[in-house]
Design a binder for this molecule. Structure first.
Ligand code: 13P
Length: 236
C-alpha cells in the first residue's frame, strides 16, 4: 500500500482542512493511505480515509517550555501522527539527529506515528557526502524504542524542497536503496520510506513507482484540492 502525506507547513485554515478531508474521502480507496500534517491550531481527528498529523512535537513531556506542544497534547486532539526532523524544523530549531530521535521517542510513547525526515543539503551533496549524511540521519534519528513499521522515514533532498526541482529518477532510486539497506540492517525491514521534495501531479506516478519508494511527502502541492486530489489519483 502506498502512502501519500501532505505537509501544510505554516499554511491553511480549519475550514480548508475540513474541505480537503471531505474531498479526499470521496476519492480515496483502500490501496492508498493518506495523511495531512497541519499546524497545531488545526489538529483534529481524521477519518477512515485521512490520518491527521502534527509537524513536530516537543522533546519534553510538560512543564516550563513556553511555545512547545507535547506529543500527548497532539494525541489528545485526535491526531495520530507527526513529522519530526523536517529540514525546516532542523534549520529553525537547530535540531540535530539526537534531538530528532528524542522527539520521535516522545511521539511513539504517546501513540503517534512519527514520520522521521532526513535529507542532505546541496553543499553536502556537492562535497560527495550526501549518502553519508542520509545514512547517519536514519541511524541517529530513529529512537531505540522504535519498532519495525511503527514509524516512517521520509527522504527529502533539502536542495530540492520547494524549488520545483526533481532529482533524476536514478538518484532517487539510489538513495532509497541505501536507506532501505540501512533500515533492513537496523531490523526495520517493514518500515516504509517516503520521497519528498517538489512532488506534483505530473511527477508522482513516476516517483511512486520507483523501487523502494513506498509513498510521497508533498508540501506546496498538498495545499489545494485541485493539486492534491490529482496526486492521489495519479498515484493509484
Ligand atoms: P515541496 O513539495 O513544496 O517541495 O515541499 C516538500 C516538503 O518539504 C514536504 O515536507
Amino acid at each position: 500500500m502506498k502512502i501519500i502525506a501532505g505537509n501544510w507547513k505554516m499554511n491553511g485554515s480549519r475550514a480548508a482542512l475540513d474541505d480537503m478531508i471531505d474531498a479526499i474521502s470521496r476519492v480515496a480507496t483502500g490501496d492508498v493511505r493518506i495523511a495531512l500534517c497541519v499546524p497545531y491550531t488545526m489538529l483534529r481527528a481524521g477519518n477512515a480515509a485521512v490520518m491527521i498529523g502534527a509537524q513536530n512535537v516537543s522533546k519534553f513531556d510538560g512543564g516550563a517550555h513556553t511555545g512547545n506542544v507535547s506529543a500527548a497534547m497532539v494525541r489528545a486532539t485526535g491526531a495520530v501522527a507527526t513529522l519530526v526532523g523536517h529540514s525546516e524544523t532542523r534549520d529553525e530549531l537547530h535540531d540535530k539527529n539526537a534531538d530528532v530521535s528524542i522527539r520521535a521517542a516522545r511521539a511513539i510513547e504517546n501513540d503517534l506515528l512519527p514520520i522521521i525526515c532526513v535529507g542532505e543539503t546541496d553543499t553536502e551533496r556537492d562535497a560527495g557526502i550526501g549518502t553519508d549524511v542520509v545514512v547517519r540521519g536514519v541511524r541517529e534519528s530513529v529512537p531505540v524504542c522504535a519498532t519495525d513499521g511503527g514509524f516512517i522515514i521520509a527522504y527529502e533532498p533539502r536542495w530540492a524542497i520547494g524549488r520545483g526541482i526533481t532529482p533524476d529518477m536514478s538518484d532517487i532510486e539510489n538513495m532509497h536503496k541505501i536507506i532501505r539497506k540501512t533500515l533492513d540492517d537496523m531490523g526495520f525491514a517493514n518500515t516504509p520510506i517516503l520521497y519528498g521534495a517538489s512532488v506534483t501531479a505530473q511527477n508522482v506516478h513516476d516517483i511512486i513507482n520507483i523501487k523502494n519508494v513506498d509513498g510521497v511527502l508533498v508540501g506546496g502541492a498538498s495545499l489545494k484540492k485541485q493539486d492534491f486530489i490529482p496526486i492521489i489519483e495519479n498515484a493509484k
